[in-house]
Design a protein around this ligand. Structure first.
Ligand SMILES: [Zn+2]
Ligand SMILES: [Zn+2]
Ligand SMILES: [Zn+2]
Length: 91
C-alpha cells in the first residue's frame, strides 16, 4: 500500500477550500493549494481578473490551468475542491 503524501485534512492556502481531492492539490514548501490555479495566484504570478479567463465560482481564481477545472451545473470551478465546497455549502 502506498503511503499518502498528505495524511491530514488541509485547506488551500489561497482560497481556504478544504482539500478533498488530492489529485489536483499542490504542496509548496508546506503550503497546500487546492490546485495549480491557486498556486499561481499565491506565488504572485497571476493577476486576478484577467480578461477572457473564466473565474472559479467559489474562490474567484482565474482558471488558467483547465486540467483541474470542474464544471458543475454550468458554473466553472478551478478544481473539484472548490466545487465540493460549493456543493456542501448550498445544501
Ligand atoms: Zn484554492
Ligand atoms: Zn482550486
Ligand atoms: Zn476555486
Amino acid at each position: 500500500m502506498p503511503v499518502p503524501e498528505v495524511t491530514i485534512a488541509s485547506q488551500c492556502h489561497q482560497c481556504a477550500s478544504i482539500i478533498v481531492d488530492y489529485s489536483s492539490a499542490i504542496e509548496v514548501r508546506g503550503r497546500v493549494y487546492c490546485c495549480n490555479n491557486c498556486r499561481l495566484i499565491g506565488r504572485g504570478q497571476l493577476e486576478p481578473g484577467v480578461p477572457g479567463v473564466p473565474t472559479c465560482s467559489h474562490c474567484s481564481s482565474p482558471i488558467l490551468d483547465s486540467t483541474s477545472m470542474v464544471d458543475h451545473k454550468g458554473r466553472p470551478y478551478c478544481c473539484y475542491n472548490c466545487a465540493a465546497m460549493h456543493m456542501s455549502a448550498a445544501r
